[in-house]
Design a protein around this ligand. Structure first.
Ligand SMILES: [Fe+2]
Length: 269
């Protein structure tokens, strides 16, 4: 099973880099479409848009409509749950009567569990006791398949950048980490939010963070020629070896490099 993960596209329509965020997102989807073998799914781990606005979601939906693989989304701190739900309701996997956007996808050899870690009071993550119980229920709903969990906020300390803790309190993150270790069938945790690549653990479960797709918001040092290229992750699952993660740099192949150049040129014109 192959999962293409994208994150932190931060679509905005009224910032100076608005066109670039759109082209970063669109070029990434085009790169995913060109993968051979193709991914089974694409998961967007949040901060789809920057201001939670309906017109931003309309733009994001239009870009994702070009994806050949099924797309699943979850919210980041910049997202608006109601507008996200309305924009993606036609996809059919978001429960219509729930406030939170937590769900499981059972259609693949690896179950996918998406968690909603939005906090009402900060840009950091939250995960209340009710969500802990719901996560345990989601895990226990099936007892055979391995599980990959997707969150916006990473459930481990990312010790580079301004603040290693990405949840409102250490106790909230500890409760989430405890729940994630409820079953040894959870084989990987994939997150976003910090806009730079990182890796850690939840107990013995490997956990990774992918850089943000929006190149103008990406953290970390990159050589100048790399700065226009979005970066995303491809997670390939093997029953023996678990997930192996490839970092993909968009726009470095001959065709995509040409597309990227013409997209940039049309923005400048
Ligand atoms: Fe973000």
């Amino acid at each position: 099973m192959i999962v293409a993960q994208i994150s932190d596209t931060h679509i905005a329509l009224d910032t100076p880099d608005a066109d670039r965020r759109i082209s970063d997102f669109a070029l990434t989807v085009a790169d995913i479409n060109a993968l051979d073998p193709a991914p089974d799914v694409i998961v967007h781990t949040g901060d789809i848009v920057h201001n939670g606005r309906q017109d931003e979601y309309a733009q994001a939906v239009a870009i994702l409509a070009k994806a050949r693989a099924p797309v699943y989304v979850l919210p980041g701190n910049k997202d608006n749950r109601a507008h996200l739900r309305a924009a993606f309701s036609a996809c059919g996997y978001l429960a219509p009567n729930s406030d939170l956007i937590d769900y499981a996808i059972d259609d693949y050899p690896v179950r996918l569990i998406a968690l909603d870690t939005l906090s009402s009071g900060s840009n950091k993550g939250d995960f209340c006791p009710e969500q802990v119980r719901h996560l345990i229920d989601l895990i226990d709903a099936e007892t055979i398949k391995p599980i990959a969990v997707f969150t916006h906020h990473p459930p481990f300390e990312v010790r580079v950048g301004p603040d290693p803790l990405n949840f409102d309190t250490p106790e909230i993150m500890a409760e989430l980490r405890r729940a994630l270790q409820h079953s040894d069938r959870i084989v990987a945790i994939f997150s976003g939010h910090v806009h730079r690549a990182a890796a850690g653990h939840v107990g013995s479960i490997p956990a990774t963070v992918m850089p943000c797709i929006a190149t103008t918001l990406r953290k970390g040092e990159y050589p100048a020629h790399m700065k226009i290229h979005p970066i995303y992750h491809v997670h390939r699952y093997d029953p023996v070896w678990g997930f192996a993660t490839e970092t993909r740099i968009v726009g470095t192949g001959p065709r995509l490099a040409r597309d990227a150049k013409s997209a940039r040129a049309s923005m400048i014109a």
